[in-house]
Design a protein. Structure first.
Length: 318
């Protein structure tokens, strides 16, 4: 049976089949179709399929999820017992490929504070810019987070490669996101019904720990704001970077959309680890920067373990 996306126009609900055709998606946007995010059935079927494939016990909880961004894929010390390619799930059947992103969901174990903990790892997130006008992309960005929450995940460790804005930051430094200043180009996978913002998903207890551990010696560990851009065009905005640096430490293409979903769940929180692939003056070179981050896999992996071990002893954010 074909899946469909639903739109509302002039007060009527219309069913429109998903398509990869960008012109069709563009036309829908111009005509004023707005997606209706009534995803309950699709979410439920996706979670049931993952549970069947992962075969967790009926009362087993999997409280931790690690999302591995560009350059972080080889960082985590993780023993996978079950693996699912996202495209094998019906909800992600239209998913395309992105260089450096494996698009794989893994269930396995990690050693944290001497104990074996069950952890879900998402290798290769879905980005908001993968199809400019496609509501299907917005839906998949939301589902990749919400399906893990329904699998009992309470803690999301989101990792990403970012560009530097603060002039004292260098490639290889790590910034822990403390907020998401708006820069006027945002489209989120869902919108809150309250005046909360995506930064409310960030675990405040963990931010306090990182503020006490800040290190100005290279490679640096800093806590600072993270500006979200939907596409890579921010790297060419050299005239904007000095102005952007007044509001943010780094700029990147992920994490805020995920937090816009997480914030809807009071008992779920996130920590964002952003590793600089380039500083505020360096020209972007995707392959060069990806390989440079891969060379730091051991240090990045240590940061993941350190974060999760500290998180074991932190109460949920208020």
């Amino acid at each position: 049976m074909k899946r469909a996306d639903y739109y509302r126009r002039s007060g009527k609900r219309t069913c429109v089949l998903r398509t990869r055709n960008r012109w069709a998606n563009c036309l829908r946007g111009l005509l004023g179709f707005d997606p209706v995010y009534d995803t309950t059935a699709l979410l439920e079927s996706t979670v049931n399929e993952i549970r069947r494939r992962f075969e967790p016990g009926p009362n087993e909880e999997i409280p931790i999820a690690v999302v591995l961004g560009t350059g972080w894929g080889d960082a985590v010390e993780f023993e996978a017992t079950h693996t699912i390619k996202l495209i094998e799930l019906d909800a992600f059947s239209l998913l395309g490929e992105v260089e450096g992103h494996e698009r794989r969901l893994e269930l396995g174990t990690m050693k944290l504070l001497g104990k074996t903990r069950r952890v879900i790892v998402l290798r290769g997130r879905i980005h908001m810019n993968e199809d400019t006008f496609s509501p299907a992309v917005r839906l998949m960005v939301r589902l990749q987070v919400e399906m893990l929450i329904k699998l009992s995940v309470k803690k999301f460790l989101l990792t990403a490669a970012v560009g530097g804005l603060w002039t004292d930051l260098e490639a290889g430094d790590i910034v822990v996101a403390s907020s998401f200043p708006s820069w006027g180009n945002e489209v989120m996978p869902c919108w809150p019904a309250t005046f909360d913002e995506p930064a409310s998903a960030l675990d405040q207890g963990m931010l306090e720990i990182f503020r006490k551990r800040e290190d100005n010696e290279a490679p640096r560990l800093r806590v600072g704001p993270y500006i979200f851009f939907r596409g890579t065009h921010f790297e060419d905005r050299t005239h904007d970077k000095p102005r952007m640096s007044k509001f943010s430490a780094v700029v990147g293409m992920s994490c805020k959309p995920e937090c816009s979903v997480i914030m809807e769940y009071e008992d779920v929180s996130a920590v964002v680890l952003a590793c600089l692939s380039n500083d505020s003056k360096e020209k972007p070179d995707h392959e060069k920067h990806r390989l440079a981050l891969q060379a730091q896999a051991k240090r990045l992996g240590g940061m993941i373990i350190l974060t999760l071990e500290h998180w074991e002893n932190v109460s949920p954010s208020d």
